[in-house]
Design a protein around this ligand. Sequence first.
Ligand SMILES: NC(=O)c1ccc[n+]([C@@H]2O[C@H](COP(=O)([O-])OP(=O)(O)OC[C@H]3O[C@@H](n4cnc5c(N)ncnc54)[C@H](O)[C@@H]3O)[C@@H](O)[C@H]2O)c1
Length: 441
Amino acid sequence: MGIVGLGYVGLPLAVEFARSGLITTGIDLDLRKISAIEQGNSYVPDVPAADVAALVTAGRLRATRDFGVIAELDTVNICVPTPLRKTKDPDMSYIVAAAESVAEHLHPGMLVVLESTTYPGTTQEVVQPLLERRGLKAGVDFFLAFSPERVDPGNDHFNTRNVPKVVGGTTNTCRELARVLYSTAIETVVTVSSPRVAEMVKLLENTFRAVNIGLVNEIALMCDKLGIDVWEVIDAAKTKPFGFMPFYPGPGLGGHCIPIDPFYLSWKAKQNGFEPRFIELAGHVNSSMPHAVLDKITEALNTQTKSVSGSQVLVAGIAYKRDIDDIRESPALDVMGLLHERGARVSYTDPYVPVLSARSWPGGCELRSVPTEDLPLMSIDCIAILTDHRVFDYEALVGAAPLIVDTRNALKRQFPHVFRLGAPRTTRGARPVLEPLALGA
Ligand SMILES: NC(=O)c1ccc[n+]([C@@H]2O[C@H](COP(=O)([O-])OP(=O)(O)OC[C@H]3O[C@@H](n4cnc5c(N)ncnc54)[C@H](O)[C@@H]3O)[C@@H](O)[C@H]2O)c1
């Protein structure tokens, strides 16, 4: 079997297929990824290098840039990126390029499965015509299906093997072949009636998250105004054993999925004369959160008669979520950009992201993660906790600055110099404290 695109989705899938006994070939344009795999290394934190090394040595996993190998393969799964253009329209160029490359080597009897998240209709309206260009027909000469990827990077419990896989084929045979393929490596396969349904399943899941995160972010901003602790509210609400599912506020949405995928759906709906409202509204609230964080930092600095301009602000955690190294679409980069724009001296600490290149954030200069032991040596005015990595030494962070802005409720306990997103500054009944107190006061 083959996988086109060996990123956060493709590499774990390739490893799982190889582990289940299939001879697996990964195809990618990125030579660094190919040589990492050839040398038995991993660049995806959820995939141990030892697993890659063992599978490569056993001859069950290999990587190449040469699409010519498709001539020897029975199946190909396409796992390439699906970003948005600046206009928030789908950027289909990766899917089109990958499908064209597969089409050049497509042969009778082959199964092609698209896994990239995309708008409903892509498999049959975009990929199928490209694959059929040389005369082979889907469902007759070759087989075509869509199966969305649901991987959750950094999740200790759910992985490629134990997350059920949804599959829709362009014909019943296509669906059956894809079901059989996935059953070799994945515990539960759920079949649906068409690729279009499978495409929509993924977008429903991600829109559900985007909208609920938008709702809880708005509730957090509301709680801020009302002087209520949103974190306490959520903790109590989630004791309801039915009809409620907790979502948590934060500095905004990040990653390659939740901030992007709903706009694929919204674009397709608009093409068909339907104006989606929830997606746009949630997008509006979620993308305003970095500004809310900036306001919180400004409020914190004001209590010490300091301005953002000229203050030394250290951001703790720049990956888009806990315990991973992925900074794509991370709201931390937006917050850093806003701080830089307002004249703050910006630095960061994140053990998962040792270097932030100049083009990765709006500040336009390369930054390096500050090691925890160096924090006391810096005269930091404010630390903003934007990603709650479990490896952080929170005691050290709390002690390293006179002001802390906690956007994730990472500290749980309240300290007088900590400002939490969606919460009043001091504990219930306590008087506001205007001067920073020592740690643990
Ligand atoms: N990352 C996630 O958590 C996640 C979860 C579920 C679904 N998805 C979806 O899966 C898809 C892939 O996401 P990802 O996070 O793995 O992306 P990624 O950027 O980590 O990996 C994509 C890989 O595809 C390669 N590539 C690009 N064009 C290519 C081409 N024409 N031929 C061969 N290789 C090519 C890139 O070099 C890269 O290695 C996206 O549609 C994404 O929305 C991602």
